[in-house]
Design a protein around this ligand. Structure first.
Ligand code: FPP
Length: 257
C-alpha cells in the first residue's frame, strides 16, 4: 500500500468512535462476478477473492470488538446460477470451513449457519455440524454464514413451527407475541443487525434478514466486495455513527414545548 493510502487508513481509524460501534454487522457479499469480469477473469476468480476478503473483514471486525458478524454467502435463489459457478462457491465454503475448524480454538469464533442446509452436499453438512458443535464452548465473535438462506423462507418456517406449537399445546394463535416467532428464526438469541452493508452499487434487500432488519441502518457503496477494504469498513462505521436511530420514536430535542 502506498504511504498515502496508509495515512488515509490511519486517519479513517481516528474518525471512528470505538465506543459506539454496531453490535451486529451484516454484509451482502455482492460484486464478485463483476470484479472478476472487469479484470478479464472468470467469475469464479471473483468468488475466490470474495471469500478471501470475507476472512479479512471478519478478522477486522473481530479485532474491533464487533460481537456479531453475519454474511449472505448463498441465497435460496443462487441455485439458478451455472452449475460450475455453484460448484465453485460450494468448494470455497468447504475450504473456508476446513480452515475455520483448525483456527476456531485460537480465535474462539462461534460459527453458525442460517438457512436450509438440506440440499447441501454431505461433506458441507458434516462440516457445518462440526463447526456448530465446536462453537458451543466458545464465547468470541459470533459469525453467522447464511447458506441457502432466504428471508421469506425463514419467516415461513418460523410461522409453521409456531403453528405446530399451537396445535401441540392447544395454544391460541391470537395470543402470539413477536418473541414467540423469533424463537423459531435462525437468528434466535442473536440481536438484530444494527448495520447492513451492501457493496457493488446495488440498493436492494434481496430477501436478506427481512424480519431482523426492521430497524437496521443500511450502507450502500459502489465498491465491489473483493475491493471492500478496511478503509471502506471504517467509512461504513462513520456513516452509521452519523445516523440518528429513533426506532420509530422522536429525539428529545424534537419534542413539542
Ligand atoms: C455475489 O456476487 C456473491 C455470491 C453469490 C457468492 C458469495 C460466496 C462466496 C464468496 C463463497 C465463500 C463464502 C464465504 C463466507 C467463505 P455476484 O456473483 O452476484 O457478483 P455480481 O453481482 O458482480 O455478478
Amino acid at each position: 500500500m502506498a504511504l498515502f493510502g496508509k495515512k488515509r487508513t490511519a486517519a479513517a481509524r481516528e474518525s471512528v468512535d470505538r465506543t459506539r460501534l454496531p453490535q451486529h454487522v451484516a454484509v451482502i457479499l455482492d460484486g464478485n462476478g463483476r470484479w472478476a469480469r472487469r479484470r478479464g477473469l472468470p467469475r469464479t476468480a471473483g468468488h475466490v477473492a470474495g471469500a478471501e476478503n470475507f476472512r479479512t473483514i471478519a478478522t477486522l471486525c473481530k479485532n474491533m470488538g464487533i460481537k456479531n458478524f453475519t454474511v449472505f454467502a448463498f441465497s435460496t435463489e443462487n441455485w439458478k446460477r451455472p452449475t460450475e459457478e455453484v460448484a465453485a462457491i460450494m468448494k470455497l465454503l468447504v475450504q473456508y470451513l476446513q480452515e475455520s475448524i483448525e483456527k476456531m480454538e485460537k480465535d474462539h469464533i462461534r460459527l453458525h449457519f442460517w438457512g436450509d442446509l438440506t440440499p447441501l452436499s454431505d461433506e458441507l453438512k458434516a462440516l457445518c455440524a462440526t463447526t456448530d458443535r465446536i462453537s458451543e464452548g466458545y464465547d468470541g465473535m459470533n459469525v453467522n454464514v447464511c447458506l441457502n438462506y432466504g428471508g421469506r423462507d425463514e419467516i415461513m418456517y418460523a410461522a409453521r413451527a409456531f403453528a405446530q406449537e399451537c396445535l401441540d399445546a392447544g395454544r391460541v394463535p391470537d395470543k402470539m407475541e413477536p418473541a414467540m416467532l423469533e424463537r423459531h428464526l435462525y437468528s434466535a438469541g442473536v440481536p438484530d443487525p444494527d448495520l447492513i452493508i451492501r457493496p457493488s452499487g446495488e440498493e436492494r434487500i434481496s430477501n436478506f434478514l427481512l424480519w431482523q432488519s426492521a430497524y437496521a441502518e443500511y450502507y450502500f457503496t459502489d465498491v465491489m466486495w473483493p475491493d471492500f477494504d478496511e478503509e471502506e469498513l471504517l467509512r461504513a462505521f462513520v456513516a452509521y455513527q452519523q445516523r440518528a436511530r429513533r426506532f420509530g420514536g422522536i429525539d428529545e430535542t424534537e419534542k413539542d414545548g
